[in-house]
Write a protein that binds this ligand. Structure first.
Ligand SMILES: NC(=O)c1ccc[n+]([C@@H]2O[C@H](COP(=O)([O-])OP(=O)(O)OC[C@H]3O[C@@H](n4cnc5c(N)ncnc54)[C@H](O)[C@@H]3O)[C@@H](O)[C@H]2O)c1
Length: 380
């Protein structure tokens, strides 16, 4: 490992200079770094997602995009046309000599642990795309490494920064839906096969993070079913069903597929008073609240055999701030680095999602439900 030319004290000095208000509700202009220099960021991975991450860092006043790293020279050349003036490299370890404060890692999931660990050890704050790692042991190791080196570790759970998901969570937490029975999520598309990943590790992290966030907790039990249809050796799961049991008898059912004719990204939450549908594919009406439910109790007509009857009310579409979730997330990361604030989706938040995915793997192997629990030793 090369010795860094920007040892920890440099970043510490900046942290002191950049001290930001931790209040998240402040108007954006008051939360910017003012005349101080922005957080210097490198993005590792210039594939499908990395350039989006790079764009948001480049466009925000809180951060400066300094360098892009990728093994693929063609992708780097494309990225540099988009970001002229930004340095490019095929070797991410050269970032250690560029007086950066932080990196964002947008490489395939099975590379996250090794790259993030090396960067943390070199004193760089890390935003790691989802999933944080591909095992609980590796996710814990990243949390411990970040702690040992006094660096921020943020999981790239973009949907937890989506105003639509925040609104759904608010409705659940403030009991606007009444008593919540279940959450049902569907995320399907065709293709986008990634080496070392599958529908479980590529798509499901989004829905598990949304379910954990909306329910403000982690499931106690996971049951998974999967189907493997494409690929030469049929070891890659194209289709995965997850059944998650949260405390308080709340259920989350998740279906993810990379072999589906339609691109669907919906989350439905059903309560005893209202129901809400979040449709991420919709541009203007991402959240619809249905004043609908089932009336229980004695039937109005004694000839009715069912003790429940349908209740139909109005459908409402709440206003949502037109904010790009990724931009909110990367801005938050830069502010956490500058202001020494713990990211909202910190390493522990990332670990909680990995725990569910790992339990799902065990459930697929055993064919039955798997108990999980966040062990208290993990540091936040
Ligand atoms: N938060 C979100 O909404 C969101 C959306 C899409 C993807 N992602 C995540 O972003 C990550 C990347 O996804 P993608 O779709 O861009 O994948 P991709 O395969 O299109 O791109 C990955 C890039 O990483 C590069 N790479 C691999 N190993 C490297 C290394 N050691 N050093 C430098 N570069 C390396 C590859 O050459 C490739 O260009 C994944 O973790 C994925 O889950 C997140």
């Amino acid at each position: 490992m090369k010795s860094p030319t920007h040892p920890a004290h440099v970043t510490l000095r900046h942290r002191e200079r950049f001290a930001l208000s931790p209040e998240r509700s402040e108007p954006r202009e008051r939360r910017t770094l003012g005349t101080h220099r922005p957080v210097r960021v490198g993005v590792i991975g210039a594939g499908a997602w990395g350039p989006h991450v790079a764009r948001t860092f480049a466009e925000e006043t809180t951060s400066a995009l300094v360098v892009l790293a990728d093994l693929d020279e063609e992708r780097l050349a494309l990225a540099q046309r988009r970001f002229p003036g930004v340095r490019i490299t095929t070797d991410y370890s050269t970032l250690f000599d560029m007086t950066l404060d932080a990196v964002a890692i947008a490489t395939p999931p099975d590379t996250h642990h090794a790259i993030a660990k090396a960067c943390l050890q070199q004193g760089l704050h890390c935003l790691v795309e989802k999933p944080l790692a591909m095992s609980v042991a590796d996710a814990r190791d990243l949390i411990d490494t970040a702690h040992a080196h006094g660096r921020k570790l943020m999981a790239g759970h973009t949907f937890e920064y989506d105003p639509a998901v925040l609104e759904v969570r608010r409705m659940v937490q403030e009991r606007e839906l009444g008593e919540v029975f279940y959450l049902d999520a569907v995320r399907t598309e065709i293709g986008r096969y990634q080496l070392g990943s599958d529908a479980l590790w590529d798509l499901a992290p989004n829905d598990v993070s949304i379910a954990n966030f909306v329910f403000d907790g982690t499931p106690e039990r996971v049951t998974a079913l999967a189907g493997s249809f494409s690929g030469r050796d049929r070891t890659v799961n194209d289709l995965v069903y997850l059944h998650l049991e949260y405390p308080g008898n709340r259920l989350a059912n998740i279906r993810v597929s990379t072999l589906d004719p339609k691109e669907t990204r919906t989350t439905t939450v059903v309560g005893d008073e209202k129901m809400v549908v979040y449709d991420d594919v919709s541009h203007l009406e991402k959240v619809r609240v249905y004043d609908r439910g089932a009336r229980t109790g004695a039937p109005r007509d004694p000839r009715e055999r069912s003790p429940a009857s349908d209740r139909y009310g109005a459908i409402s579409i709440p206003y949502l701030p037109p904010e790009e979730p990724l931009r909110v997330a990367t801005r938050h990361f830069a502010e956490c680095v500058a202001g020494n604030i713990e990211p909202r989706t910190d390493g522990l938040c990332g670990l909680r999602v990995v725990e569910v995915l790992e339990a799902a793997e065990r459930s697929l192997a055993s064919g039955g439900p798997v108990e999980i629990g966040v062990r208290a030793s993990a540091r936040s």
